[in-house]
Design a protein around this ligand. Sequence first.
Ligand code: ADE
Ligand code: ZN
Length: 327
Amino acid sequence: MPKAELHVHAEGTLEPAMAFALAERNGIALDPGVADALRSGRPFSDLQSFLDRYYACSAVLRTEQDFRDLGRAYLARAAADNVVRAEIFFDPQSHTARGVAFETVVRGLSGACAEARACGVDATLILCFLRHLDEAAAFETLEQALPFRDHFVAVGLDSSERGNPPEKFARVFARCRALGFHAVAHAGEEGPPSYIRGALDALGAERIEHGVACLEDPALLARLREERIPITVCPLSNVRLRVVDVLERHPVGRMLEAGLKVSLGSDDPAYFGGYVDRNYVDTFGALALDGAAAYRMARNGLESAFVGPEERRRLVERLDAFTDSFR
Ligand code: ADE
Ligand code: ZN
């Protein structure tokens, strides 16, 4: 299906082979424990155990060319999965903390997005603030980002969820919204339903990432349904990070049945065993979801993209033409 991918982290598309190649190109010695974990695909115990490896690997990304190569590799893969619109998260603070300039990161990734348009993928970026860091660091990152404001459409919030509620970044997001950026946030992945409410009310988030904790709170569920809040769910990620024990018990089927506006994303596909198509195929197999559910999710994703109404209509028409070809 033609689809949007709205939940993928650029740094999470760094395949082990590219990580080793960039480490060599840049003369960086990967931490031996991390290199070993990459080679063996050692499992994660929770979100933090993943983030530790993810940030360690991101350290091989140094130059604008590295970021362009990373973006190009992901976008080629996305094109093969018939992704027609990609909104890609990136974590500038994980790079600027190592002395890589914001400009280096954004020019590399943005360059890859510009090239991808020629092969049919309309791609853009979402700047994510790291929630384990403080408000001042987020404001500083926003200042660094402003000269490049045309290179990203939205701001987001990611990293260690528990103990870092959305309210911590209310003022940063208020400023970003005033500047005209869309806002999204990871919420209810490992954190409680109150973090989903916080993302909506304190941050003005227009989309919720993961959001699986909403099923614990009927009033919140009703609100998400009534307000048609898009939720990007990443089943393979949730299993690998032990948010959900097995794919067969993943709540996304119940979320869809409850009338939520869910679509699927790959989160960090190089780490979690599959890109977006693999998320669709495995989840639909495990939960015995049907073609109508596939259409609904693909359409939800296209409708949830940060594009104008005309472009949204064109995207949905492409999906409809595809679906009609099976009738
Ligand atoms: N950064 C990259 N992947 C993430 C995830 N699944 N949750 C929070 N932050 C992330
Ligand atoms: Zn994510």
